[in-house]
Design a protein around this ligand. Structure first.
Ligand code: SAH
Ligand code: SF4
Ligand code: F3S
Length: 455
């Protein structure tokens, strides 16, 4: 009888990518991947530990799954993967005994053994940081699986973090920074391109610190890697996320000027605008450093747009500190941003501070910051009206006869479906902006920087 597996992911894009790799592995084990927990023989929760709310979601989901059964009538096997698995390990089974196994992000290649252990009732917990590279040992996706996922894809090139920002769990849940070798990434990107992927987003918790083995005894920088990937026929667009300001090398800035396939959109979190707070966060740069960096990047690529992450209410943040965050947002101008109330994370340096900020103060600050960021996003979108932007057609729109694609700035763009097909890159005259979406008309010109006739 066919076995069905359902994977539910929380958190960042890296979890989304890991979920695809786990799905490919489970397929190789004979599972069919389904899109709901109902009737699944295996449910894998791919969890996030970044903020308290994210971590707590896992337990409410586990509570809901308690009595789940597969199609055969047997109780559903329940696994917990991801960053909560890494952070809490066996504690998860103590809190929810219905869980059959726990697997940390660096051990996904051991899924087959963990499933075997779970079926014997052993309740295995694997939160090691093994020496071997999980990606090297995980099953490769089939061409059909890649095609089914669409024309854009994530590709993890670097994992883990050595920065230890005082608020953040990632260095503990994902471990030390590790870069995948160039050849392995090129192989994977080639395979994606051959199956119809046009846009690849390179992922890493600190992606611009990438330094993978180049096969000649040395290391490649992220800019080197981008140069190499840009040679792959069929790939039309490259992106990378997330970057730390201190790792924004000259060659990477130059790549934004010189590499046509690299999109002029950069996620470069600053977190806060006050030097006192930045220092306490252990970000290792000042607000002025960040603003000067943005100026250099914009000098290299004037049409580049920025997105960022912000935290309000870090321990000790005064009213004046918060105003400095508002000021840096005003000074930089963001096309999009994510902002959060500081959340105390067990085991991180900031958690032990006695000057935690009142929830009500955090809420008020977040509201003000989000209003400003939303204004900036609206202004950016409105300023796109009248511009001609390249759009990668991704799927059917909600309305009949409509395609939805993405602009270079990741905005959804709706166009009449008489222009092109899914996977085409078309030039679009933007005619309107509504909410976070743009609307326009294809000019009839292809925007493909390089696409072989055969593709
Ligand atoms: N590696 C990335 C981001 C990792 S987490 C980077 O360095 O930018 C994504 C975002 O979550 C962070 O940028 C930060 O804004 C937010 N975040 C991380 N820890 C947090 C915490 N304890 N409370 C609130 N927000 C947090
Ligand atoms: Fe977390 Fe800082 Fe590392 Fe980003 S750079 S993952 S915020 S510790
Ligand atoms: Fe969450 Fe882990 Fe990503 S904590 S944000 S899933 S690296």
């Amino acid at each position: 009888m066919e076995k069905r597996a359902f994977i539910k992911s929380y958190g960042c894009q890296m979890n989304v990518y890991d979920a695809t790799r786990m799905a490919d592995q489970l397929r190789a084990e004979g599972y069919t991947i389904v899109d709901e927990a109902d009737g699944a023989d295996l449910v894998l929760l791919n969890t996030c530990h970044i903020r308290e709310k994210a971590a707590e979601k896992v337990y409410s989901e586990l509570g809901r799954l308690k009595n789940a059964r597969g199609a055969s009538g047997e109780p559903t096997v329940i696994g917990v993967a991801g960053c909560v698995a890494q952070a809490e390990g066996e504690e998860i089974i103590r809190r929810q005994p219905r869980v059959d196994f726990v697997v940390g992000p660096q051990s996904y290649h051991r899924l087959p053994a963990l499933l075997a252990g779970a079926s014997r009732g052993e309740k295995p917990v694997d939160t090691d940081f093994p020496a071997e590279d999980k990606f090297h040992h995980l099953a490769q996706p089939t061409r059909r699986a890649i095609t089914a996922r669409g024309v854009t894809s994530f590709l993890t090139v670097q994992e883990g973090c050595d920065k230890f920002c005082a608020f953040c769990v990632v260095p503990y849940t994902r471990g030390a920074e590790v870069s995948r070798p160039v050849a392995e990434i090129v192989d994977e990107a080639q395979r994606l391109a051959e199956a119809g992927v046009r846009e690849v987003t390179l992922l890493g918790q600190n992606v611009n610190a990438y330094h993978g083995a180049n096969g000649r005894g040395g290391h490649a920088s992220l800019a080197d890697l981008i140069g190499r990937l840009a040679e792959i026929d069929g790939l039309a667009r490259l992106r990378f996320t997330t970057s730390h300001p201190n790792d924004m090398g000259e060659d990477l800035i130059a790549a934004h000027r010189d590499e046509a396939k690299l999109m002029p959109y950069l996620h470069l979190p600053v977190q806060a605008g006050s030097d006192t707070v930045l220092k306490a966060m252990n970000r290792k740069h000042t607000a002025a450093d960040y603003v000067a960096l943005i100026e250099r990047i914009r000098a290299a690529r004037p049409d580049l747009a920025l997105s960022g992450d912000f935290i309000v209410g870090f321990p000790g943040e005064s009213d004046a500190d918060f105003e400095a965050t508002m000021e840096i947002v005003e000074a930089v101008g963001y096309a999009a941003a994510y902002s959060f109330k500081y959340s105390t994370r067990p085991g991180t340096p900031a958690a032990g501070r006695t000057d935690q900020i009142d929830e009500a103060v955090k809420s008020e600050r977040l509201q003000r910051l989000q209003a400003l960021l939303a204004d900036q996003q609206r202004a950016f979108n409105r300023a796109c009206v009248g511009r001609r932007l390249s759009v990668l057609i991704e799927k059917k729109g909600r309305r009949e006869g409509q395609w939805v694609g993405r602009s270079p700035y990741l905005q959804p763009v709706h166009i009449p479906a008489d222009a092109g097909a899914i996977g085409d890159l078309v030039e679009v005259d933007i005619t309107a902006a509504e909410g976070n979406s743009l609307f326009g008309r294809a000019t009839g010109a292809s925007a493909n920087p390089s696409r072989s006739e055969a593709a």
